[in-house]
Design a binder for this molecule. Structure first.
Ligand code: UD1
Ligand code: MG
Length: 500
């Protein structure tokens, strides 16, 4: 089984043994103060989600994967909301010193990094990331960082349509690798606009150099902004090498400015997950109709592990950590979160499984759905059958137990081969406390029964349909608790009174 989680905690561990950074500690600045006008949203742009996780959460997780010493988030628009979201976003892994600095008003990317300066130690390498470029991968940045040892390292990408981006102007006299300047689109000449290599918005350099050059920025340009990109000119003037590391994968540096770009990024990312699953042999009915999402409660990235010959039909959503055993089949339109589904189980269409923190387990060969709901703490044994409109919460069902129609099992312990009739429910909640229901092996519960917990049904017993069971039932007995059937012969129905 392959783990498809983004490289976060695992890579973090690796980083303790491999030095990517020439002995310097890594400090990360994440620019997240911009307005995101084109999102036309009340929500700050960096809190919009990709793969179930706010964009800023992706970037913070990447910083964690790089074993950053300190992460400085520059906030401005929606600062309070962004700052309030950070504790959850940082839960996904890594230990680093997290600081927030405010940029008010927002006078450009150079001005944003100027605000971070007081929070940055003097002895580190500084990596500058954008909160709206969520899919940058730790491995890419590991390749970039060595270029920052004695100069400025720029992450660049070649785009078919470079409109709007800062262009990478090279200095042929200094050799191909040397960059002379970054020229913003709005300030560029026609010849410069023809350059297709653009600055990704990501750079790395030593803290002392950054601090030196930030002090020299001016806003003498087309946008009247303090451009971070102007430090390239200062580096060249001071004889410090500027190197571009060109990335072949534009998705990693794609920024989000509009709902359309957000959706396009989401689909591209999901397609990548789907392709990775198919490469392992998972059969997807349609790779365009699969979604893997982070757990909204923990911020942890999606991890879908699949055994051999797993089949997933269209429109399925997997959240948090999900494991599917060999030959598992997932029907169309299922949502599965934090669950382990054992070999040969079949999840029929429109089933909702959400294990939240407690998890859900489904045993080998079990049949679930259609239209079933498994909630946290549902632990189903081998060959269990859960049918349509059946809800199971915090209950264990032993091998071969069946609840096939319109039923509720909450806080119950259900023995082997129990048959739980249509419309029966456990009354597990008395308005203040929850109580357990124990149904021993081979019990047959008729239709439309209410089992008022705490209560135990003895092994092999039968409960007559329509019973409200408030006392324990003996093993092997038939227990009935309902009004006796009564028939009144020749019953005259009431008649409508005659109109006066
Ligand atoms: C920037 C680069 C450009 C590059 C492009 C890549 C500059 C001057 N230009 O342009 O060369 O090709 O990114 O996407 O850096 N932000 C703040 N405070 C501000 C302004 C921006 O925090 O005052 C943040 C934004 O929220 C965003 C990031 O900085 O996360 C980039 O800002 P944006 O306005 O998108 O810069 P671009 O014009 O795209
Ligand atoms: Mg931008």
């Amino acid at each position: 089984m392959a783990d498809l989680a983004e490289p976060t905690e695992k890579d973090n561990r690796m980083d303790n043994t491999i030095d990517h950074n020439g002995g310097h500690a890594l400090d990360v600045v994440i620019m997240a103060a911009g307005k995101g006008t084109r999102m036309k949203s009340q929500r700050p742009k960096v809190l919009h989600r990709v793969a179930g996780r706010p964009m800023l959460g992706h970037v913070v997780a990447t910083a964690a994967a790089l074993a950053a010493r300190c992460v400085v988030v520059v906030t401005g628009h929606g600062a309070m909301e962004v700052e309030a979201a950070l504790p959850v976003l940082t839960r996904a892994g890594g230990t680093f010193d997290l600081k927030c600095v405010r940029q008010e008003p927002q006078l450009g990317t150079g001005h944003a990094v100027q605000q971070a300066v007081p929070a940055l130690p003097d002895d580190g390498t500084v990596l500058i990331l954008s909160g709206d470029v969520p899919l940058i991968q730790a491995d890419t940045l590991r390749d970039l960082l060595p270029h920052a040892r004695d100069g400025v390292a720029l992450l660049t990408v070649v785009l078919d349509d470079p409109t709007g981006y800062g262009r990478i102007v090279r200095d042929a006299a200094q050799g191909e690798a040397r960059v002379a300047a970054i020229v913003e689109h709005k300030d560029a000449s026609d010849a410069q606009r023809a350059i297709t290599e653009v600055y990704s918005g990501i750079m790395a350099l030593s803290a002392p150099l950054l601090k030196r050059w930030l002090g020299r920025l001016s806003n003498d340009n087309a946008q009247r902004e303090y451009y971070l990109t102007d430090i390239v000119r200062f580096a060249v003037a001071d004889g410090v090498p500027v190197r571009a590391h060109t990335l072949q994968d534009p998705l990693q540096v794609a920024g989000v400015n509009s709902p359309a770009q957000l959706a396009a990024l989401e689909r591209a990312w999901q397609r990548r997950q789907a392709d990775a699953l198919m490469a392992q042999g998972v059969r997807l009915a349609d790779p365009a109709r699969l979604d893997l999402r982070a757990d909204p409660r923990t911020g942890r990235d999606a991890s879908l592990r699949c055994g051999q010959d797993v089949e997933i039909d269209i429109n399925c959503v997997f959240e948090g950590e999900v494991a599917l055993g060999d030959r598992v089949r997932i029907g169309a339109n299922c949502v599965v979160a934090n669950a382990r589904i054992a070999a040969d189980a079949v999840i029929h269409p429109f089933t909702h499984i959400d294990g939240e923190q407690l998890g859900v387990t489904v045993g080998p060969g079990a049949l679930i759905g259609p239209f079933a709901r498994l909630r946290p703490g549902a632990a189903l044994g081998a060959e269990v059958h859960i049918g349509n409109f059946v809800e199971v919460k915090n209950s264990t069902l032993a091998a071969g137990a069946k609840a096939n129609h319109l039923a509720y099992l909450g806080d119950a312990t259900v023995g082997e081969r129990v048959n739980y009739g249509a419309g029966s429910i456990t009354a597990n909640y008395d308005g203040a406390n929850k109580h357990r229901t124990v149904i021993e092996a081979d019990v047959h519960v008729g239709s439309n029964c209410v089992l008022v917990a705490p209560v135990t049904l003895g092994a092999g017993g039968t409960v007559g349909g329509g019973s409200t069971i408030t006392k324990d039932t003996p093993p092997g007995a038939l227990s009935v608790a309902r009004g006796k059937q009564l028939s009144i012969a020749d019953w005259q129905r009431p008649r409508k009174a005659a109109k006066p």
